[in-house]
Design a binder for this molecule. Structure first.
Ligand SMILES: *Cc1c(COP(=O)(O)O)cnc(C)c1O
Length: 491
């Protein structure tokens, strides 16, 4: 097996091992780590058709994390994908009439972030051991709602780590907020910021690239890492379910082995869909990756005009986990389609003017978006047609997919990537089904949704409104670094 190293998207001289890339999260110049060369799989699609999620995870992870031993990788995988998930399939593919949904919300926090964040703590601890790191690892994370909770669950009470999560005070759903503010664990810290997700993400990135501050932290026995999708340790585990979805399609006879399919992906930070791109580069027969945005349609405009322009009003939508104007992982795609010099130049433009130009062909990626109205209509339509209840993010992908089909008449079999449980966004989901729910209490509606589905409220959020609120801190968006210094008692 070839050794795979990682290089910064902005500096060709900054090359590190896989475990170092996971530990650093982001490179010193603010770039992201990408594989120096794409690994070549030693399996064929037909070999993976009958694999379990864990078996498949091993096949994919070993290609990218080549300085981990088989034993280490299997330990990480077994620890992550266990009974924390409410189905042994881990990521089941559900067919409703002619629609296919890849459900990525069966983990502990009911969103797709669990797919990678249940394994990241194990990867990180193993990486630290391998590199002889004896400092306490401090995970700093900005969240648009789902990453925060998934990271908190992953790292709570993990020895040798602390985790600090920043979320936009007024930019997450009621259930999302309560999930975070009731988080237990001695090493957890949750902070609302007066700003939006981009402010939180920018603040975290600034801390990461503040070398003076990092030195201070080191002197106090701390090392920073990130649980955001800028960490390659999050991206790689997400490649697995693209293969796994394909395997399930073959297994159930929906497609023949080798047949081409498409995915519609609800997109924010571009991490999920980028994992689909990596799957394609590894040989998965993908026709289109439909990049679905909500009204923050910066990516739709980018794929259609070649201009990425974040200078626009930030919209708060019913799919808050996609309320993002700076999609960090797009930097990785740009690097793969160009080089370090170009990437660095464009990212400097983005920082300076809030925009840049780069044309990407529509052969693989296709941008669409859904308005709020179209999102509600999609939930309603699918529910009426099949009884299946999509969450608001999944609905954005569904609506975007329908627009794509209308525009192109492409009838390639397409999987809708379903990123959250409807229970996380209960009020908006139920409102879409019947306006009468609009005025009701978010937490009461959990039971209503369960009744409609003839199911139970998922255990992780049952009685969440009765739990103790343990995190009440709020800080200004430019006070994040000071907050961290104070929390860690930095001298
Ligand atoms: C994070 C998230 C997304 C967006 O995923 P990216 O990898 O950031 O593009 C979509 N839907 C849900 C529910 C999410 O939590």
């Amino acid at each position: 097996m070839n050794k795979i190293n990682y290089v910064s998207t902005r500096n060709a001289d900054n090359v590190v091992t896989p475990s170092q890339a996971i530990l650093k999260g982001i490179s010193e110049e603010g770039g992201l780590f990408v594989p120096v060369e794409m690994p070549e799989p030693d399996f064929k699609i037909k070999d993976i058709v009958n694999m379990s999620y864990k078996e498949l995870a091993y096949e994919v992870l070993k290609l990218f994390f080549t300085d981990f031993t088989e034993e280490e990788l299997k330990y990480c995988i077994d620890s992550a994908y266990d009974s924390k998930f409410d189905t042994e399939l881990i990521a089941p593919l559900v067919k409703e009439k002619r629609d296919y949904f890849l459900e990525l919300f069966h983990g502990k926090t009911l969103a797709f972030k669990d797919m990678a964040l249940s394994i990241l703590p194990y990867l990180l601890k193993t990486a630290a051991k391998k590199n002889g790191i004896n400092k306490e690892i401090v995970i700093l994370t900005a969240t648009s709602g789902d990453t925060g909770k998934a990271a908190l669950e992953g790292f709570a009470d993990v020895e040798g780590t602390k985790i600090v999560v920043f979320f936009p005070e007024e930019g997450v759903s009621a259930v999302q907020k309560r999930q975070m503010t009731t988080q237990e664990g001695k090493n957890t810290c949750v902070v609302g910021i007066k700003g939006n997700f981009d402010d939180a993400q920018t603040g975290v990135k600034e801390i990461f690239t503040d070398n003076e501050f990092k030195k201070q932290l080191a002197e106090n026995g701390f090392i920073l890492s990130s649980a955001n999708s800028i960490n390659i340790g999050r991206l790689v585990p997400q490649i697995v379910y693209y293969f796994y979805a394909y395997a399930q399609m073959v297994r159930s006879g929906e497609i023949a082995c080798g047949e081409i399919i498409s995915f519609a992906v609800p997109t924010g930070n571009f991490g999920n869909i980028l994992a689909g791109y990596y799957a394609k580069r590894l040989g998965l027969p993908i026709n289109k990756l439909i990049c679905a945005s909500n009204e923050n349609k910066v990516l739709f405009d980018f794929f259609n005009t070649g201009v990425y322009d974040k200078n626009r009003e930030f919209m708060v939508t019913v799919s808050p986990s996609m309320d993002i104007l700076i999609s960090s992982n797009l930097e990785r795609l740009i690097y793969h389609l160009s080089n370090q010099d170009k990437t660095k130049e464009l990212m400097e433009n983005l920082k300076k003017d809030g925009k840049y130009e780069f044309k990407i062909s529509r052969n693989l990626f296709w941008g669409e978006y859904a308005t709020e109205e179209e999102t509600f209509a999609a939930i309603n339509k699918v529910y009426k047609k099949t009884g299946y209840i999509m969450d608001t993010h999944t609905a954005v992908a569904y609506a975007a997919y329908e627009k794509y089909v209308n525009r192109t008449s492409d009838d390639t079999m397409t999987i809708i990537v379903s990123t959250a449980s409807p229970y996380k966004f209960t009020k908006d989901v139920l409102r879409a089904i019947d306006e009468k729910y609009a005025e009701e209490d978010d937490f009461k509606l959990l039971d209503t949704l369960a009744q409609i589905q003839k199911a139970e409220v998922p255990a992780p959020i049952k009685n969440i409104d009765k739990r103790e609120i343990r995190h009440k801190t709020v800080c200004e968006k430019d006070g994040m670094k000071d907050f961290v210094a104070q929390y860690l008692n930095i001298k």
